[in-house]
Design a protein around this ligand. Structure first.
Ligand code: KIV
Ligand code: ZN
Length: 543
């Protein structure tokens, strides 16, 4: 069955800032979300799900600002998530209002298990809420998306009824989530075909898919859905998201790009059509992946498809020989098609502010004047220590600058003494926004342990360090070290990240970065998870 409202291409709905941010420890502040949203617009996504505005004032502000600044004419549609309740929908409606094109995405579960244990509602009640809430969302915007949560485990006949009701009430997109990542590709494809065949008014809505990667099948499931009529894919950069994550945008887009002759006929095109299947500017993929990885402190595994460090590396002698003779022997796509260039040396100690700003722009960063000033000072400082500054160094400086959570504890001084004949000892001075300074010292098993113990004597927030990693940004003795840490407070995970040529300084800043994020959440009190309900900041940990 063909769907007249469906486009002859596939819409990309990016939910990095909503479902992606639900990854433990991936919390982003408003400025970080804006930075990512701007890059998503450059990447060419059709819709940005910018957050769940009812969750907290911070989430509302982020969606509102993205709607204002990124949702401009010609830009992507800005979407806010809302449970099927009046207060959620009204809040989402206000948050997306400034966007030239704004969407409300509302959802309610349809599987019996969710109805019985989570919603404690009958099927009749869910059906009635769907019609009423979609109609209510329509009073804020024409563009309303509806999802039957846990569709993958719902009774198909009931789901068809709910979808029919949602479309009759005005939903223009119906999104089919495999919330727990349970289905196999052929089952997922059949589910989409069933919807296309059995929902009588399906020709008035775009079929979208959303899925989690618990069994590693999300991307395969989506590709099967496209073959069966889905025309919107909900995905995230690097596949981040709840639990095992969401379907990865870069994998979906490149699969449809590289294998377009296979997918073209499913969209009614001749197999040899060169017209792109999505609007994504593939050359922005790598940059977007790095940006999201740096800002969320979520590493990309080296063997990750498309954007992993090894994805285009040809280590073995046989492969290198083949690639040198003809690239096509071992490569199905060109590294340049995702914007992967050599790590070029771009700036040096004589480069001025303008050159620095221009290169930042080319890398996808737009900094406010104050941030730019601070980043430029860091750049100059680094250029004194390191002769050649590469793109990766610049990214490390900027991420360090933009990634700092609003600071409550500011590092004034850190000093360590260590060595094979001394007991590692650290002295730390912190400053609060009120200008008070506190100093303490501690010994530890090593310099970083000593620093963390000294900080803990000054900052009374119980936490457990669960991850500590140092990576060198570039090769060489003068390389910048990037430190990423995760701490757990009452089960909730917070990440911290910092870069410096001195890894003890970077470690201290990364720790304070995580403590500052934790402090903000503790001050904020209540946090609401869209799928699991209201909880205190501490309980939010378990999501
Ligand atoms: O996984 C899910 O079901 C969701 C819905 C809110 C669409 O994220
Ligand atoms: Zn989800």
């Amino acid at each position: 069955m063909t769907n007249p409202v469906n486009p002859d291409r596939v819409y990309i709905f990016d939910t990095t800032l909503r479902d992606g941010e639900q990854s433990p420890g991936a919390t982003l502040n408003v400025d970080e979300k804006l930075t990512i949203a701007r890059q998503l617009a450059r990447l060419g996504v059709d819709i940005i799900e910018a957050g769940f505005p009812f969750a907290s004032p911070g989430d509302f502000e982020a969606v509102h600002k993205i709607a204002q600044q990124v949702g401009v004419e010609g830009g992507p549609t800005i979407c806010g998530l809302a449970r099927a309740t009046r207060s959620d929908i009204e809040t989402a409606g206000r948050a997306i209002a400034p966007a030239h094109s704004g969407r409300i995405h509302t959802f309610i579960a349809t599987s019996d298990i969710h109805l019985k244990y989570k919603l404690r509602k009958s099927r009749e009640e869910v059906l009635a809420i769907t019609s009423e809430m979609v109609a209510y969302a329509k009073t804020f915007t024409d563009d309303v998306e509806f999802s039957p949560e846990d569709a993958g485990r719902s009774d198909p006949a009931f789901m068809y009824q709910v979808l029919e009701a949602a479309i009759a009430a005005g939903a223009t997109t119906v999104n089919i989530p495999d919330t727990v990542g349970y289905l196999t590709p052929s089952e997922f494809g059949q589910m989409i075909k069933g919807i296309a065949d059995h929902v009588p008014n399906i020709d008035q809505a775009v079929i979208s898919v959303h899925g989690h990667n618990d069994l590693g099948l999300a991307v395969a499931n989506f590709l099967e859905a496209v073959k069966n009529g889905a025309r919107q894919l909900e995905c995230t950069i690097n596949g981040i998201g709840e639990r095992a994550g969401n379907a990865a945008l870069e994998e979906l887009v490149m699969a449809m790009h590289v294998r377009r002759s296979y997918y073209n006929p499913f969209l009614g095109r001749p197999a040899d059509s060169e017209e792109p299947l999505t609007n994504i500017n593939t050359q922005e993929i790598y940059k977007t992946s790095r940006l999201v990885s740096n800002l969320t402190s979520m590493f990309v595994q080296p063997n990750k498809a498309i954007v992993g460090a090894n994805a285009f590396a040809h280590e073995s002698g046989i492969h290198q020989d083949g690639v040198l003779k003809n690239r096509l022997t071992y490569e199905i796509m060109d590294a340049q098609s995702i914007g992967l260039t050599d790590n070029q040396i771009v700036l040096g100690k004589h480069s001025g502010r303008n050159a620095f700003r221009t290169r930042l722009g080319e890398l996808g960063y737009e900094l406010a004047d104050q941030e730019l000033n601070r980043a430029f000072l860091k750049f100059k400082d680094m250029a004194d220590k390191k002769k050649e500054i590469t793109d990766w160094d610049i990214q490390a400086i900027v991420n360090d600058e933009t990634q700092q959570a609003p600071e409550h504890f500011h590092l004034e001084l850190v000093q360590v003494s260590c060595g094979d004949h001394s007991r590692p000892t650290a002295t730390v001075t912190l400053r609060t926004p009120e200008g008070e300074e506190f100093t303490d010292a501690a010994t530890g098993t090593g310099p970083v342990d000593a620093v963390y113990r000294a900080v803990n004597r000054l900052v009374d927030i119980p936490n457990e360090l669960i991850e500590f990693s140092v990576q060198s940004v570039t090769a060489g003795i003068d390389a910048i070290g990037e430190v990423t840490i995760r701490v757990r407070h009452e089960d909730r995970v917070f990440s911290g990240h910092a870069a410096n040529t001195d890894i003890v300084v970077a470690s201290t800043q990364a720790y304070l970065n995580a403590l500052n994020r934790l402090y903000v959440v503790l001050q904020g009190g209540q946090f609401i998870h869209p799928q699991k309900g209201e909880m205190t900041a501490a309980a939010a940990a378990r999501v």
